[in-house]
Design a protein around this ligand. Structure first.
Ligand SMILES: [Fe+2]
Length: 207
């Protein structure tokens, strides 16, 4: 996954700018889908998804995501467009920096980047993503009677995977995702692989 390694302190000067337009693929009405392949069930109601995730310690919110972006929109443009939501969220939760992941089918070394996060892993810090375009699949393996489940996040979905939660990430069949990441300390985001091959059983089971 291509990451633009530039981090913004809380003092980063948020201000409004005119966004680029990306009218062909942007859709502000799409939303998350929660899939449980072993039960052959899925949820599409945001309130139901939020309740399911919150009961398991995963924070899920929906924010207005009505700003279209060009494929080549830079991260300053994307972060500034949502500064009015980001800054209060970061301030209240102690997050210090933000950056943007921006992947398209043309991203170099795409499959290698996908593979890096496709095995079950944990982080020592919460993994927070706000999706502004495209989609990505967060898979969870919580154990203790929970079936493996997948949250397909799309524009407007904010998800926070708690530290030390077994999970993996798939950029999905479209290979297209724009998402803002926020951190307390960027070093906490390093993946620690569990050594489990559970993720291999579910690759491609959610389209
Ligand atoms: Fe992760």
């Amino acid at each position: 996954m291509r990451m633009i390694e530039c981090y913004f302190p809380l003092s980063f000067p948020f201000f409004k700018i005119k966004p680029y337009l990306r009218p062909n693929t942007f859709n502000s009405n799409i939303m998350a889908i929660l899939s449980i392949p072993d039960q052959k069930t899925e949820m599409r109601d945001p309130a139901e998804i939020k309740a399911f995730l919150n009961a398991r310690g995963v924070i899920y919110e929906q924010w207005e995501a009505s700003v279209p972006f060009a494929d080549n929109a830079d991260q300053e443009t994307i972060i500034q467009a949502y500064a009015h939501k980001l800054k209060p969220y970061m301030d209240s939760n102690g997050y210090q920096t933000a950056d943007v992941i921006n992947v398209t089918p043309q991203t170099p070394n795409l499959e290698a980047l996908r593979t890096k996060f496709l095995s079950e892993h944990i982080h020592t810090e919460d993994e927070v993503r706000f999706f502004v375009d495209g989609e990505g699949q967060f898979w969870f393996n919580l154990g203790e009677g929970n079936d493996v489940f997948c949250v397909t996040c799309q524009a407007g979905d904010l998800i926070s995977v708690p530290a030390n939660t077994r999970h993996w990430f798939d950029m999905g069949p479209k290979r297209f995702v724009k998402a803002i990441r926020v951190f307390i300390d960027q070093s906490g985001w390093v993946p620690h692989y569990t050594g489990s091959d559970v993720a291999e059983q579910y690759v491609g089971t959610v389209g």
